[in-house]
Design a binder for this molecule. Structure first.
Ligand code: KQY
Length: 367
């Protein structure tokens, strides 16, 4: 593996494919830290196994895991899932893994963004994060992909692309004080273009209410195909989410994408509101410097936080009142894929969902 210096993916003719384009595989990281996952992460591990198993039925899955948890992880996952030892600080492969780019001639490279635990010393979620920041490099090495070390702080969950030149992001996240405060919006946009190969950035305002990532776009929307966006929505005008989603809808419906298309917006119901129970809170270790999990706190549950892989879409089951409706919306939006619901409350309790814990490796032979 080499690190590419002094150039960028766009300058070298690379682009970030959309998630719905063909994959070579998927990466995840095994959860274990007891100050984020209740009961020593046992319930979360069960949920991660269900997610990995659902994906592994359609494409190869690799699970990265610390040395401490290797035996346990290997024994709980099906043989079809490859398990590799890799140091980490937590288990959000979307955010700590590389963003892969392809050039249409069979070459695959990885973009290794700077990771600072969602806000560093300003409002980051834990310290230290150095092991997480090294994960993208190691994944690139194993995938045989040359690497670009990008000059900005960014997590994979804060960007979505349509593979045809359009990138979606929220101002709340990318302009947050804990990431790149020295850069203007225009300068951040220039880095997004340079490192993903897009030509158009569609800026949304805020992400899902109380999302601890400062409003990652992957919890607010999902991109089903160029020109079709699924948006988290609530019909309750008193819910703070209503105003956020309305603003996002207005911005999406008044935007055009890189190809000049208008965007169609399909709404997804919001689960809940989902609150942390006494029992759930009591199972999380209290550690100074990490985000407390207090009883009654509202979680940023969203059906947008689903993963699109080869031939299927893996959608979180979060609330029996809305799960089936959300799955039906996905089935309509992805008519050529099977839609699989996986119980994901335990993932949500850690602060994210199925999209946040997965990272695709696109097929290098994509055009
Ligand atoms: O991408 C995500 N949603 C990750 C959330 C991290 C939460 C850490 N407790």
């Amino acid at each position: 593996m080499t690190t590419t210096h002094g150039t960028t993916p766009a300058a070298d003719g690379f682009r970030m494919p959309a998630e719905f384009e063909r994959h070579r595989g998927t990466w995840m990281v095994w959860p274990e830290r007891p100050d984020n996952w209740r009961l020593g992460a046992k319930p979360a591990q069960e949920a991660f196994v269900a997610v990995a198993t659902a994906i592994a039925e359609s494409e190869p899955v690799t699970m990265a895991v610390s040395a401490r948890q290797y035996e346990n992880c290997r024994s709980l996952l099906p043989d079809a899932v490859r398990v590799v030892e890799m140091s980490n600080d937590d288990s959000w492969m979307r955010d700590i893994g590389p963003t892969f780019v392809v050039d249409g001639t069979g070459r695959l490279r990885g973009v290794d963004w700077i990771f600072n635990a969602w806000g560093g010393l300003v409002d980051g979620l834990y310290f230290p994060w150095a092991l997480d920041d090294a994960v993208a490099r190691k994944v690139c090495e194993i995938e045989g992909a040359d690497r670009y070390r990008a000059p900005i702080v960014l997590e994979g969950g804060s960007i979505h692309t349509d593979g045809e030149g359009t990138l979606f992001a929220t101002e709340e996240c990318l302009l947050s004080a804990g990431r790149n405060p020295e850069l203007s919006k225009e300068e951040i946009e220039a880095e997004l273009r340079a490192y993903t190969g897009v030509t158009k950035v569609v800026w949304l305002g805020r992400g899902v209410y109380l999302d601890e990532t400062n409003g990652h776009v992957d919890n607010l929307i999902n991109v089903a195909r160029p020109g079709l966006v699924l948006l988290t929505w609530t019909e309750d005008p008193d819910d703070p989410q209503a105003e956020i989603s309305l603003d996002a809808r207005r911005r999406l419906e008044s935007a055009t994408d890189a190809a000049g298309r208008s965007l169609e917006v399909v709404t997804l119901p919001s689960p809940g509101p989902i609150l942390i129970t006494e029992e759930e809170s009591g199972g999380v270790d209290v550690v100074k410097g990490t985000l407390p999990r207090r009883p009654g706190d509202r979680l940023a549950g969203s059906y947008a936080n689903a993963y699109v892989c080869n031939g299927r879409v893996v959608v979180p089951r979060l609330d029996p009142r809305f799960d089936d409706e959300a799955l039906e919306i996905y089935a309509k939006a992805f008519p050529d894929r099977s839609v699989v619901g996986v119980p994901a409350r335990e993932v949500l309790l850690g602060g994210g969902n199925i999209h946040c814990i997965t990272q695709q490796v696109p097929d290098p032979d994509l055009a």
